[in-house]
Design a protein around this ligand. Sequence first.
Ligand code: AGP
Length: 371
Amino acid sequence: TAAQKGGYPSFMAKEIHEQASAVADTLRGRMENGRLHLDEMKIDPALLRSIDKIVVVACGTAANAGSVVKYAIEHWCRIPVEVELAHEFRYRDPVVTEKTLVIAISQSGETMDTLMAVRHAKEQGAKVVAICNTRGSTIPRESDAALYLNVGPEIAVASTKAYLGQIGACYLLGLYLAQERGNFFPEEIAEIMHDLEGLPDKVQAVLDNAAQVEQLAHDMADATSVLFLGRHVGYPTAMEGALKLKEIAYIHAEGFAAGELKHGPIALVDEGQPVFIIVPSPRGRDSLHSKVVSNIQEIRARGARTMVIAEEGDTDVEPYADVVIRVPATRTLFAPLLTIIPLQIFACELATAKGLDVDQPRNLAKSVTVE
Ligand code: AGP
């Protein structure tokens, strides 16, 4: 297996470093001359025009991907999007009709909780699109349509490249919906797609900076609790960063919505508490950037060690950051494909530094085929 790991110490490290090509592979062959072609889904565009609600069902990392894409699909398509853990959705009598589109996200396509949610949704008359990596697996077979990630097999239990592929594939689906429903002028879609196609190079730029985060992980190998804060699409990114650290490094980790800080979590912050903060672009709307910068200031004043993930050129964060990790500028909605990477590297390196088996964490299975 050393050869299969391609010179990396673990499959997880290898899969993290494959993410630029993973994103490129997810996008490849699906856009042409400024238009999206998802005929492979074999779904009637008329049906896509008739839906009035989208429900995303998934578990774990796939659910975090769903929480990211909710922001984009609602913004682009003006359709309400709910994201729900599949096992919660299944047993609460959810409102689902023939006009509901269910998006089931699953790397393996075999997660029993997600499969049960798909079956339940179909019984209510909903149409189901599966966003999966493993071809021919059960969830896409039982769904009405499937869109594959095309990121190649993911071996490590902790999902990394599939997460980027899930976000990429759902973005394609969201833009396709917007295209077929006439939400945009063609040139607007072409412009968004052009920016999406620029993502693999930006992912690579983040990976090329891995050494800084690797060093940080080694320095923090004895941490017992790490908090993650984010707002808007940075919020699910914080959840995913925390999940990675729990899963493989066995460190207590929690992700919060930055705006929620003063409603409780700030009580956890005392001298030396490490906190990662994912900062929105200063070019974004709604002054979210300055609100998050204020959050950094508040927790720093209470002794937190602040590790800030911010866009290149964002100098506003510098006075309050113990560490600044830079990512290239991109659209607000595309930032999650970049800002999660330092957090994946951090978890992977910290677990490696602790001498843990990064690819086979205790108590976990790659695909959870029981409810
Ligand atoms: C991710 O790191 C986890 N191991 C886990 O949360 C996983 O994402 C979840 O079990 C869903 O798996 P699936 O995508 O194969 O359905």
